[in-house]
Design a protein around this ligand. Structure first.
Ligand code: SF4
Length: 351
C-alpha cells in the first residue's frame, strides 16, 4: 500500500467550502490501483461528497478490510482517522468505534470478496444492530487482488478472463441489506458521478445504517465482453429508478425541480432528501416492493440503480442501547466508573 502524498500545491482560486477547505484538502495518498480501476472513481466521488458536505476531515473514521477495495481509504481524506482491519472484519471495528465515539462520521469501504464471503456474517449483524455508518461496497464480481477468481457476487453464467463460466448463483448484497432491515439502500455505478455523489452525501448524513453497492469494474480481470460487471455491460443495462438530491440542514433549501416532479424526505436533523421517480411503478418507501421489483428487473438482465429504499425513521444502535448522548472519550471518570456500590447492586440483582 502506498503512502506517497500528493503534491499540495494547487490553484489559489479553487472553490472553498464553509470550512475554508478546498477539494484538495479531502484527498489522500497517490493511488497504486491499476489505471482505470473503478475504485479510484469511487474515491473521487467520496472526496467530492465530503467536500460538499463541509465535513471536517479529522471528524471522519475510515474503516476497511482486505482487498483492492479496502486499500481505497488511503486515497481519500488523508487527515481522517483510519483502521484497515483483517479480511471481512471491518463491521466489527466499525461497531466498536461507533459505540465508543458516536461523534465521528464512519465510512466503511469493503469489496464483494470482503463482504459477500468471509465478512457476510459481520455485514448482516452490522445492519441488524443499526450501526450509524456509510457501508460502501466496491463491487466488481472478482477477487482482483488475487488475480481474478469469481467472487460471490459474480452472476451465474458470466465468464472470467480465462473463459471459465461461473456456475454458482450470485449473492445480491442489495437484496440482503433490504431483507435485514437496512434503512437506506442504494446501488450506483463508479462511472456515474452525477448519480453517485448525491447518493453518497445522503448516505453519509443518514442517521443509521446506510448501504451503497457501487458496481466498480475491475479493468484488469473483469472488464471483458462476457462479464456482467464491466463498464460496457453496466452502461448497456443500467436502469435508474430513483434520482436523489441531498440538501444538508445548514444550507438554505433551494431546488430547481418543478412542483410535482419530486418528493422530499426530511431526516431527523432537518436535512432534506429529494427523490425523483424515474420508473413509474417504483416506490422507494416499500421494502417488500423494492425486493420484488429488483428480482423482476434482474431476471431481465437489468441493473437497477439509484436510491432503492429509504426509511425516514431508522433504528440506530445508540437509540436501541440507550447510551449516553456524549462520546465515551468525553465522559468524566465518575460517569465512566460509577463505583463499587453500583457493581454491588448489579451483582445483588443477579442473585
Ligand atoms: Fe482495480 Fe482490478 Fe486492479 Fe484491483 S486488480 S486495482 S480491482 S483493476
Amino acid at each position: 500500500m502506498s503512502y506517497l502524498p500528493k503534491p499540495k500545491i494547487h490553484h489559489p482560486q479553487l472553490p472553498k467550502n464553509t470550512l475554508g477547505l478546498t477539494r484538495r484538502d479531502y484527498e489522500g495518498s497517490l493511488s497504486t490501483l491499476c489505471a482505470g480501476c473503478g475504485h479510484d472513481s469511487v474515491s473521487a466521488a467520496l472526496i467530492q461528497a465530503c467536500f460538499e458536505l463541509d465535513l471536517p476531515p479529522h471528524r471522519v473514521g475510515k474503516l476497511s478490510g482486505i482487498g483492492c477495495s479496502s486499500k481505497t481509504p488511503t486515497y481519500f481524506l488523508g487527515p481522517a482517522h483510519g483502521f484497515n482491519s483483517v479480511h471481512g472484519r471491518m463491521p466489527s471495528i466499525a461497531s466498536g468505534a461507533a459505540a465508543a465515539n458516536r461523534d465521528l462520521v464512519y465510512i466503511g469501504v469493503s469489496g464483494d470478496g470482503d463482504t459477500a464471503s468471509i465478512g457476510l456474517g459481520q455485514f448482516i449483524h452490522a445492519i441488524r444492530r443499526g450501526v450509524n455508518m456509510l457501508y460502501l461496497v466496491e463491487n466488481n464480481g472478482t477477487y482482483g487482488l488475487t488475480k481474478g477468481q469469481f467472487s460471490a457476487t459474480a452472476d451465474p453464467g458470466s465468464k472470467n478472463k480465462g473463459g471459465r463460466t461461473n456456475a454458482y448463483p450470485a449473492i445480491d448484497l442489495v437484496q440482503l441489506a433490504l431483507q435485514m432491515g437496512a434503512g437506506f439502500v442504494a446501488r450506483s455505478f463508479s462511472g456515474d458521478k452525477a448519480q453517485l455523489v448525491p447518493l453518497l452525501k445522503a448516505a453519509i448524513a443518514y442517521p443509521g445504517f446506510a448501504f451503497v453497492d457501487v458496481i466498480s469494474p475491475c479493468v484488469t480481470f473483469n472488464n471483458h465482453e462476457a462479464s456482467t460487471k464491466s463498464y460496457a455491460h453496466i452502461r448497456r443495462h443500467d436502469r435508474p429508478l430513483v434520482a436523489a438530491d441531498f440538501v444538508p440542514h445548514a444550507e438554505e433549501i433551494t431546488t430547481a425541480y418543478a412542483p410535482g416532479e419530486r418528493v422530499a424526505v426530511t431526516l431527523h436533523d432537518g436535512s432534506t432528501l429529494y427523490l425523483k421517480k424515474l420508473a413509474e411503478d417504483y416506490d422507494p418507501y416499500d421494502r417488500a416492493g423494492a425486493m420484488s421489483y429488483l428480482q423482476r428487473q434482474q431476471a431481465d438482465g437489468a441493473v437497477p440503480t439509484g436510491l432503492l429504499f429509504v426509511d425516514a425513521a431508522p433504528v440506530e444502535m445508540h437509540a436501541v442501547l440507550g447510551t449516553d448522548d456524549r462520546a465515551l472519550n468525553s465522559l468524566p471518570y465518575e460517569a465512566l466508573c460509577p463505583g463499587a456500590t453500583a457493581l454491588d447492586d448489579i451483582n445483588a440483582a443477579l442473585r
